[in-house]
Design a protein around this ligand. Structure first.
Ligand code: NAP
Length: 197
């Protein structure tokens, strides 16, 4: 079971739909449970793999609240400290990445950062394959391998191991580059890493 924290957002909805279409069981969490949408804590409890898909400001407090439920689980942080202001993309990274802040707040979670380069809009178009790569970083090799397996269900490109969790400091804000490209070209761009075997 893959549990989505912040599961009602566009990014989580698109990723969850793709994973469901690939045969995975998903559970959608929210701060306001209703019908099939459960509380974030319930989604974390039921999940084997957790996707932390809340906005940047919510990452650390949410990880802290759920820390006991995240212990021992693979947690994929997709949050990127970016946005659009006056039709321009911006990044506002802190000293630590959001994924590192989440890992500090939930120290027993097996934290992986990744999937930031996918676009919620592109994810939502289930009929269109995503011909792009997914970049992952983290300090737990098995957790990264689990995240890579999920990436393989979602994109036709590769899951690329980008290194330890600290690499999220540069990976997370990179999404602002893609958003800038998207604004300029009216596109939903992604990335492919070349030069790998
Ligand atoms: N959109 C993209 O294309 C894209 C691409 C790359 C990465 N990301 C990252 O993916 C994450 C989700 O993106 P999104 O566009 O889906 O975000 P979003 O719609 O703004 O937020 C996702 C969900 O998080 C919950 N939430 C909102 N504020 C919260 C808070 N302060 N604390 C806890 N939960 C809160 C809300 O659900 P409830 O009200 O139901 O609890 C909301 O539906 C973000 O961190 C973003 O940086 C997005």
């Amino acid at each position: 079971v893959i549990g989505f924290i912040g599961g009602t957002g566009g990014f989580a909805q698109g990723l969850a739909a793709r994973l469901r279409a690939a045969g995975e069981e998903v559970v959608i969490g929210s701060r306001s449970p209703q019908g099939d949408i459960v509380a974030n804590s319930e989604a974390a409890k039921r999940a084997v793999i957790v996707v932390l898909a809340v906005p940047p400001a919510g990452v650390e407090p949410t990880a802290r609240d759920l820390a006991p439920l995240l212990a021992g689980k693979v947690v994929i942080s997709v949050a990127a400290p970016i946005g659009v202001r006056d039709r321009r993309a911006f990044a506002e990274p802190g000293e630590l990445s959001l994924a590192e802040l989440a890992a500090r707040a939930a120290p027993e979670a097996r934290m992986v950062a990744g999937f930031h380069t996918l676009s919620a809009k592109a994810l939502a178009r289930l009929e269109d394959p995503l011909a792009e790569d997914v970049l992952l970083c983290g300090d737990d090799a098995e957790a990264k391998a689990e995240a890579a397996r999920l990436a393989g269900l979602v994109v036709s490109g590769k899951a690329v191991d980008a290194g330890p969790l600290e690499v999220a400091r540069w990976l997370e804000p990179f999404t602002a580059v893609l958003v800038s490209v998207n604004l300029l070209h009216r596109a939903q761009s992604g990335i492919m890493v070349t030069g790998l075997d």
